[in-house]
Ligand binder design. Structure first.
Ligand code: PLP
Length: 379
């Protein structure tokens, strides 16, 4: 009877065992993997900001000014001016009254959603929502309803049958498929049925809309989204999570979001790098980086930097990933439970840091491996 080993053996038998790969000398888009330099098509550093001198300098400066750790929860003595500056800037870019930052996106969802709904309420999620949204929904104690991916008819049916306060949860750009949610239609339904909307912009910020402010900004709908959530760890190249909303909700999160109240504040250097990244997005250089990224996306006719190549079985996805690695291309195989069973895939992520030749090399390798359709989308 060896519980842990039995579980590991079972995962291995199912082709679902995962393990860590150690990377050294990252200089995006290249990384050193087991002593070999490969081009990284797996990071979410869509604009290449994690290596940007301005972010490094901001973090460096904050490190010297504040030290390494915040040393307490924000409500005790860990609420530094740099955290407040970050939140003011977030609220400005999100066009909301307020914003609150967290250690990461995962804890943002876990902390906030259970404040918005609880027992007797209803939470309605898109089927492909990120794990942190699903966990937060369970944790909230609200009745959980799921609609098939982007299925508005089913969403409306669920809205009709729901009780208590109702929260719709979805993503701007889906993390494993790279497609967008139909935000205008979802907002129309939310208004029709008096529901609230929680929008996770994790993979849209930095990429979509004016100054890369996200999908809601792109469509001019920021004032229609009750909660704009996101991460500072992907296109923004730093770490952390945030939610932007009306001041009343922000004040309530400060009081009630458990991952905020009972957790040490993120290091000031992290907040400083995040603020520098947000400011950079608004500059000409931010625009240049977005343009460069969109040039790469056009090579794949992709609406986002996430390009899934669905292969079906775990074995096929693992094999393709290994073959690409042999060619010096790091493209991860994504399997259940990250994606539904039978939809194992390669998940390519493109970045402004890639050169045109990197992308061309990937395209050549892919067309030799598998016949990729001109638009590798599911629907
Ligand atoms: C990555 C991700 C998160 C979590 O953000 P972290 O800052 O990495 O914890 C939340 N939602 C979505 C859709 C994500 O892809």
């Amino acid at each position: 009877m060896d519980f842990a080993q039995d579980k590991l053996n079972e995962l291995e038998r199912l082709g679902l065992l995962r393990s860590l790969r150690e990377i050294s000398n990252p200089s995006h888009p290249r990384v050193c993997l087991s002593g070999k330099e490969v081009i990284n098509f797996s990071s979410n550093d869509y604009l290449g900001l994690s290596q940007h001198p301005i972010l490094k300098e901001a973090a460096h400066h904050a490190l010297h000014q504040y030290g390494t750790g915040a040393t307490a929860s924000r409500l005790v003595s860990g609420s530094f001016d740099i955290h407040h500056q970050l939140e003011e800037f977030l609220a400005y870019t999100k066009q909301t009254q307020g914003a609150l930052s967290f250690a990461n996106g995962f804890s943002t969802a876990l902390g906030t959603i259970p404040v918005i709904v609880g027992k007797g309420d209803t939470i309605i999620l898109d089927k492909l929502s990120h794990a942190c949204l699903i966990d937060a929904a369970h944790f909230s104690g609200a009745t959980l309803r799921v609609f098939p991916h982007n299925d508005l008819q089913k969403l409306e049916k669920l809205l009709i049958g729901s009780t208590g306060r109702v929260l719709i949860v979805t993503e701007s750009v889906f993390s494993m498929d790279g497609d967008h949610c139909p935000l205008e239609e979802i907002i129309r339904l939310k208004n029709k049925y008096g529901a609230l909307l929680f929008l996770d912009e994790a993979h849209a910020v930095g990429i979509l809309g004016k100054h890369g402010r996200g999908l809601a900004a792109k469509l001019g709908l920021q004032d229609q989204v009750d909660f704009q959530m996101g991460t500072l760890g992907k296109a923004l190249g730093s770490a952390g999570g945030y939610v932007a909303a009306s001041q009343k909700w922000i004040n309530l999160f400060i009081n009630k979001a458990r991952s905020f109240v009972y957790s040490t504040a993120p290091p000031p250097a992290q907040a400083a790098a995040s603020l520098a990244a947000l400011q950079l997005l608004e500059t000409e250089e931010g625009q240049r980086r977005r343009d460069q990224l969109h040039l790469h996306l056009s090579q794949f006719s992709s609406p986002s930097p996430i390009v899934p190549v669905i292969l079906g079985t775990n074995e096929a996805a693992l094999r393709a990933s290994r073959d690409l690695l042999d060619l010096g291309l790091l493209v991860p195989a994504i399997r259940y439970p990250t994606v539904p069973r039978g939809t194992a895939r390669l998940r390519i992520t493109l970045s402004a840091a890639h050169h045109a030749e990197d992308v061309a090399q990937l395209k050549r390798a892919l067309s030799n491996l598998i016949a990729i359709p001109s638009s590798p989308k599911r629907q």
